[in-house]
Design a protein around this ligand. Structure first.
Ligand SMILES: NC(=[NH2+])NCCC[C@H](N)C(=O)O
Ligand SMILES: [Mn+2]
Ligand SMILES: [Mn+2]
Length: 308
């Protein structure tokens, strides 16, 4: 049997917000043992090292948007890299802040179109990241990737999105901080979004399984984008945009284990880790463990029986 290949791609993107530190993310994931954890699960692991953005004019940062040139340059680089990596294995994009997903999701969507399958996206995040470069209040482009990949207008200067992700193929879980402009735009779409209250009332299992069923029925590819701030800050402190009241580590594992059971995930982003804010690497470790669950790590080999 040929072993499945996981391609680790360091994307030290730090241009999506003002406070630096996410550039150290890829090396923190390596230090926390991501490559070894995947090898232990039986994968062939290739590490492409850390990428750099395409060449670009330096940002002046005298306008509303922070570092647009650099983020556009990363979007170019990551779109191409994602397209290439998808042909060879399952890419894990080790961020980097969430603006990296403008490129990774756009590239994965191009790949999905080229193989004639629909792309689905599971977005695990306290935020909906559905702004455009025009609606953002903060000017931080890490708040815009879902707006971009769904083809919203208001991204002048960015590469044109070739294959939009259809709204109905997106599921956002973990919401507890949505800006008014994002909320209004989101409510006009049929994107499914589950805030923390819905998670509390239903449990993550039920919500995720409904989505995974649809991915399977459509023979879709599944991209998972895991933002550190999906988790509660007590469990995962190493992120700038903490919002209290987030998911537990167990909820994170259940989602990732169910994703793995489904066999549907074809690419993964690990984003927003700021190792400068971490406590002895514990957030990096939680993210590595969640990634491992998503790729098949189990407490027991056989599925444990549900209570009824
Ligand atoms: N990927 C993230 N952490 N995004 C946070 C975005 C926060 C806020 N909505 C903004 O646009 O500035
Ligand atoms: Mn995010
Ligand atoms: Mn977030």
């Amino acid at each position: 049997m040929t072993r499945k290949t996981v391609i680790l791609i360091g994307a030290p993107v730090d241009s999506g917000k003002r406070r630096p530190g996410c550039l150290m993310g890829p090396d923190a994931y390596r230090t926390a043992g991501l490559p070894g954890a995947l090898r232990d699960l039986g994968y062939k692991v290739e590490d492409m090292g850390n990428l750099t953005p395409a060449s670009h004019q330096p940002d002046t940062n005298d306008g509303k948007l922070f570092a647009p040139n650099e983020t556009i340059a990363w979007t170019h680089r990551l779109t191409r890299t994602a397209e290439m990596a998808m042909q060879r294995g399952l890419p894990i994009f080790m961020g980097g802040d969430h603006s990296l997903s403008l490129g990774t999701v756009a590239g994965v969507a191009n790949h999905a179109a080229s193989v004639g399958r629909p792309l689905f996206v599971l977005w695990l995040d306290a935020h909906s990241d559905f702004h455009t470069a025009e609606t953002t209040d903060s000017g931080n482009l890490h708040g815009t990737p879902l707006g971009y990949v769904t083809g919203r207008e208001g991204f002048g200067g960015f590469p044109k999105v070739q294959n939009r992700v259809p709204h109905a193929n997106i599921c956002i879980m973990g919401l507890r901080s949505v800006d008014p402009a994002e909320r209004a735009a989101l409510e006009e779409t049929d994107i499914r979004y589950h805030d923390m209250r819905e998670i509390d009332e239903n449990g993550v299992g039920r919500l995720v399984s409904a989505f995974l069923k649809d991915v399977e029925a459509a023979n879709g590819l599944l991209h998972v984008s895991l933002d550190v701030d999906f988790l509660d800050p007590m469990a995962a402190p190493a992120v700038v945009t903490t919002v209290p009241g987030g998911a537990t580590i167990r909820e994170g594992h259940l989602i990732m284990e169910m994703v793995s059971d489904s066999g549907l995930m074809t690419s993964l982003d690990l984003v927003e880790l700021n190792p400068f804010l971490d406590e002895r690497g514990r957030t990096a470790q939680v993210m590595v463990d969640l990634a491992a669950s998503g790729l098949g790590r189990r407490v027991f080999d056989r599925p444990t029986r549900a209570a009824n």
